[in-house]
Design a binder for this molecule. Structure first.
Ligand SMILES: [Zn+2]
Length: 282
């Protein structure tokens, strides 16, 4: 398997050289994120065996227009003037996962989309991945990994091609990496904030975990284990997102409900729309 470094979005493995001073530093520019993302996207596109991109313009257009762009329209998404936001669907019904690469691309597997059952749930996942991109978790991790040596080499100007070298040399597979817990919490929190500005239930990111939990998959299913290796701590995350909802006045619901209540108004979770326009095409 040709390994690529897109998984830097979601790594804690990298942090074996963590230095506290670097916790809040990202030495990369926004444009660097775009450059890195373009290179990773090219590697993904060149590897259809491992990353078969679904060719269904109708489905892609629906998800992009109806959900992806809708979430991006939140004013809390700040880098959409620089980042090239784009969503792709990977045709792998056995993988329940989604990931993001620097600079704006989100990839969602058909296995995850088949398992979800509402637009709100998918919007929650998409918001979570957009939050990884907006918060630039990838390049923050890279900053910690490469640390002071890269910082100095760039500042001193003795390694002008450092970005390209990083992109070329990071051969780390997605399956081996896990998000840091703090990055996951931040992505869940920001997904909640983005979705507050949309038609969708702000806590939608937790529906996937709740469904897995109720279906008894959390401890046993291999496909799910892969997801949890990159998106850890499902129980705590359900609790955290539930608390966001409760503290902000949204009714506490579970994935199998069809509506929720906010400010005395009952709203849809768009399950029928999901079935008719998304699930029926998978
Ligand atoms: Zn994540």
């Amino acid at each position: 398997m040709k390994k690529i470094f897109y998984a830097i979005t979601i790594c804690s493995v990298f942090i074996f050289s963590t230095c506290d001073i670097l916790d809040d530093i990202n030495i990369f520019s926004l444009q660097d994120d775009v450059i890195l993302g373009d290179q990773v996207a090219a590697e993904i596109a060149a590897d259809p065996y491992n990353y078969p991109i679904l060719n269904d313009p109708t489905l892609k257009s629906y998800i992009n227009t109806r959900i992806f762009q809708h979430v991006l329209s939140s004013p809390k998404v700040e880098h959409d003037d620089v980042f090239q936001y784009k969503i792709e669907i990977i045709n792998d019904p056995n993988t329940m996962n989604a990931f993001a690469i620097p600079g704006g691309r989100v990839y969602v597997y058909t296995g995850l989309m088949k398992y979800l059952d509402s637009e709100d749930a998918l919007a929650g996942v998409i918001g979570h991945e957009i939050a990884h991109i907006e918060n630039r978790h990838s390049t923050s991790r890279l900053t910690k990994y490469y640390g002071v040596s890269l910082l100095l080499s760039i500042i001193l100007g003795d390694n002008p091609s450092a970005i390209e070298e990083i992109a070329a040399n990071l051969f780390v597979g997605l399956a081996f990496l896990a998000n840091s817990r703090s990055d996951e919490d931040e992505a869940d929190s920001d997904s909640f904030e983005y979705l507050k500005d949309t038609r969708y239930y702000p806590g939608g990111v937790k529906f996937f975990f709740e469904k897995l939990q109720d279906d008894g998959y959390v401890e046993s299913n291999n496909a799910v284990a892969t997801f949890f290796s990159t998106h850890p701590d499902p129980y705590d995350r359900i609790t955290n997102v539930t608390n966001f909802c409760t503290n902000n006045g949204y009714s506490n619901i579970k994935y199998d409900n069809t509506t929720y209540t906010y400010n005395g108004v009952t709203r849809s979770l768009y399950k029928t729309e999901y079935t008719n326009n998304i699930k029926s095409r998978l």
